[in-house]
Design a protein around this ligand. Sequence first.
Ligand SMILES: [Zn+2]
Length: 127
Amino acid sequence: MESEVCHLCGGDGRIGNALGRSTATCPGCHGSGRRADTSTRFRDVTKTKASHYDRPAVAEAPKGPRTPVTAEGVQLAREVTESTVLADDAKARLIAEIINHESTHGRCTHTFMKKVRKQARPGQPNL
Ligand SMILES: [Zn+2]
């Protein structure tokens, strides 16, 4: 029982033209004479999902602005960062204060800038 015989060529692997003189390789079986039946193979349907979870964890961007947005705030934050008298946690706290001040005032007031500068550069004359 030849259930896999190519139906196009009947198992010859070749197809003759109307004149019977020249033959061509059967497009259905590519000359094998057997049906190259790939359409009923198991389809891989398992790869549709679940691969997203394999992505490496990317550090999520913190919510809200983490750096000053105004020119004064940026300058002030730079002075805080470059301060030689402040500890890292104090710098972070001051910068957070700058950001917070900006968000409530829309800009850095001179009073606030003086206050921050006093902490960042205590040796400097009061501006
Ligand atoms: Zn064939």
